[in-house]
Design a protein around this ligand. Structure first.
Ligand code: F6P
Length: 473
């Protein structure tokens, strides 16, 4: 066990993946997410510890250090992966929090497993956090942890951040365990959301369902504690992405990709986790209709869709994968020509360099989720376009639409509207696309993930000033 710490991160996953070395031994590789990039300096400045599930079912993993980061693995059994992770987290909460795009399932055994696993994470933090420490809990898998920590360790300063949308009261109310979840979150001093709407939904539910007094962003608990619930829109390591995109090797790879696609005049691009919230089928349909309508020609336009494998044992994800496979087969069979498929579909995940090369190649980036907390792909695309080129078609229902107002904004449920936006973006002149991209780049470069982490940590210090301070960097 590492020494006790004054700064503890708790997230469902550790920021590393298990990889097999050429000699067959297992090692850790840093996962490239923005969260770890943002928190790395805060962790180092405060001798922080990160508690999380390492993926898989290994049970005998000891705490370890990876490139100076102290990591504490929390094991999950095969049954817990099924009930806590695939079940309650991704079969119940995920669809409820994303507009019930898929039907949520409610199972009492899944809930029991959720409680057990949340308790395990909380207990681990209790062991590690020193007197008066700051503990920052992340995401929908761990919503009971703040209250569990509060009960065992009232000395802690506790923050919680939800990376996905927080649903309207009418949808949240379906949850048989709605009150427990609200009370779980109220264990925190500060509850952060992507959007002001999510924070308002939470405060309204607390008033209605738990009966606490509230005023604007604040909840007043009977024991005298105040909880703040506010929006802190997350971002990316914008400078890191731009630097990557500027590399000669990335430029060369981009040229290579375009040539491999047959040097079309226009490359449309989608990059998503394979998830039903992302609107992949609707967008590919919109593109294929443009070809059928004669507005777009496969000789000079192509759609590249990257879908990263995700939650593959959850039924809704399997159904979606089959649906996309069928659709791409149909579209290419009906509309493609020799050497000119209408859609290049890649069911795979790629390193950041390849993503940056794809972003550089894309003339029209298509990000059309039905619901998304933020959508970092949209921001990554903008960060990579240091040439001020490219066009972004963005769903109104992605949190990013709040900031990237100069994108071509669409309602992804409106196929004709999406088609019109794709065409507009495709036919826009360079003056228009440059003006839009310049404005979006100013926003993304100014509000990067480091600014996000700093603003959350500072707000947390303000709401519980009697605790020790954490150095933002
Ligand atoms: O967007 C929420 C989130 O949990 C992210 O934190 C994560 O990168 C993504 O979904 C994938 O989740 P999972 O851990 O289920 O693969």
């Amino acid at each position: 066990m590492p020494d006790s710490s004054q700064f503890v991160i708790i997230a469902n996953r550790l920021p590393v993946d298990r990889v097999e070395q050429p000699d067959g031994s297992l090692a850790w590789r840093r996962s490239p997410g923005g969260l770890v990039t943002a928190l790395d300096p805060v962790m180092r400045a405060n001798d922080g510890v990160w508690i999380g599930w390492p993926g898989g079912t290994e049970t005998d993993l000891e705490p370890f250090e990876d490139d100076g980061l102290k990591l504490v693995p929390v094991p999950l059994s095969p049954e817990e992966i099924e009930e806590f992770y695939e079940g309650m987290s991704n079969g119940t909460l995920w669809p409820i929090y994303h507009d019930v795009i898929a039907k949520p399932e409610f199972h009492r055994e899944w809930w029991d497993s959720y409680v057990t696993v949340n308790r395990r994470f909380a207990d681990k933090a209790v062991e590690i956090a020193e007197e008066g420490a700051t503990v920052w809990v992340h995401d929908y898998q761990l919503q009971l942890v703040p209250q569990m920590l509060r009960e065992l360790r009232p000395d802690l300063r506790i923050g919680f951040y939800l990376h996905i949308p927080f649903p309207p009261a009418e949808l949240f109310a379906q949850l048989p365990w709605r009150r427990q979840i609200l009370e779980g979150l109220l264990g925190a001093d500060l509850v952060g959301f992507q959007m002001a709407g999510g924070a308002a939904n939470f405060v309204r539910l607390v008033r209605q369902r738990v009966g606490h007094k509230t005023h604007r962003d604040f909840v007043y608990l009977p024991d005298g504690r105040t909880v703040r619930a506010s929006a802190f829109p997350i971002s990316i390591d914008a400078e890191g992405f731009e630097t990557l995109a500027r590399q000669e090797s990335v430029a060369a790879r981009s040229t290579e990709i375009r040539a491999a696609l047959g040097n079309p005049a226009k490359v449309f691009l989608g990059i998503d986790r394979l998830d039903y919230t992302k609107g992949i089928v609707a967008r590919l349909r919109a593109f294929s209709e443009l070809i059928e309508d004669g507005e777009v020609n496969v000789e000079d336009a192509v759609f590249v869709q990257v879908a990263t494998p995700s939650r593959e044992r959850v039924e809704q994800y399997r159904i979606l994968r089959d649906e996309i496979d069928r659709l791409v087969g149909h579209v290419n069979g009906d509309l493609g020509r020799i050497g000119r498929p209408a859609i290049h579909y890649l069911h795979s995940s790629y390193p950041r360099e390849e993503m940056a090369a794809l972003y550089r190649t894309a003339d029209i980036m298509v990000v059309t989720p039905f619901r998304d907390g933020m959508n970092l792909v949209a921001k990554e695309y903008v960060a990579c376009r240091y040439d001020d080129g490219g066009a972004l078609v963005l769903s109104e229902f992605a949190g990013a639409a709040n900031e990237l107002r100069q994108a071509w904004l669409v309602n992804p449920y409106d196929i004709n509207g999406t088609k019109a936006a794709l065409l507009d973006a495709c036919r826009a002149d360079a003056k228009d696309t440059t003006r839009r991209m310049k404005a979006m780049r100013r926003t993304v470069l100014r509000h990067d993930v480091a600014a996000w982490a700093t603003s959350f940590i500072e707000a947390l210090s303000e709401i519980s000033p009697h605790h020790k301070s954490v150095h933002p960097t």
